[in-house]
Ligand binder design. Sequence first.
Ligand code: PRP
Ligand code: URA
Length: 207
Amino acid sequence: MSTTILNHPLITHKLTQMRNKDTKTKDFKQNLDEIAGLMAYEVCRDLPMKKVEIETPICKTISHELLNDIVLVPILRAGLGLVNGINNLIPTAKVGFVGIYRDEKTLIPHEYFAKFPENLDTSVNLVLDPMLATGGSAIAAIDIIKKRGAKIIKLVCLVAAPEGVKAVEKAHPDVDIYLAALDEKLNEKGYIVPGLGDAGDRIFGTK
Ligand code: PRP
Ligand code: URA
């Protein structure tokens, strides 16, 4: 469908703090939280609405509400870092989880956990992961939720490599992709250049 780069000055400024290797876990997470909220605002811009009849303190009127439930699907672990910021904006969102890690040598994704709310088929499903490198993890996560019936899917990532974007567009041409930045390339270890390092380790302080 489409790939959108949300290069808003506030998003780019916060992402620069995250890219800096000297930024510590607390500030890294806070910037990620704030970017997630800013991105959600744009990601949800074209969500379908339905008419509803309500009564204000003054009179009856026709107004509009979101048509679909929204399900957040963070790819564990690093995707968890995007949940809070989006949930603050969409408190009614349900959350499903897909655990995937990529083998450090082969870069092949491995699924280790999956738990979803009902009705993925009628929901807008936002797959969340800060990093889109080879695209293997995102493709696997989208495969998994499609098998559970998901039809409307948007992939929300902070930083992507061109290789990953191309791979997702090829495997899932029906999925809209939203990025805060499209970087230069992957290095020989499959890390995004310039990137921000290992997102999971920086969020959870594991290295
Ligand atoms: C990282 C990242 C993505 C994946 C991207 O996760 O959070 O899920 O790598 O790489 P890919 O596009 O080449 O698949 P990782 O496997 O390091 O697991 P973690 O989130 O538990 O650290
Ligand atoms: N996963 C990360 O956390 N960072 C990268 O640069 C690539 C994959």
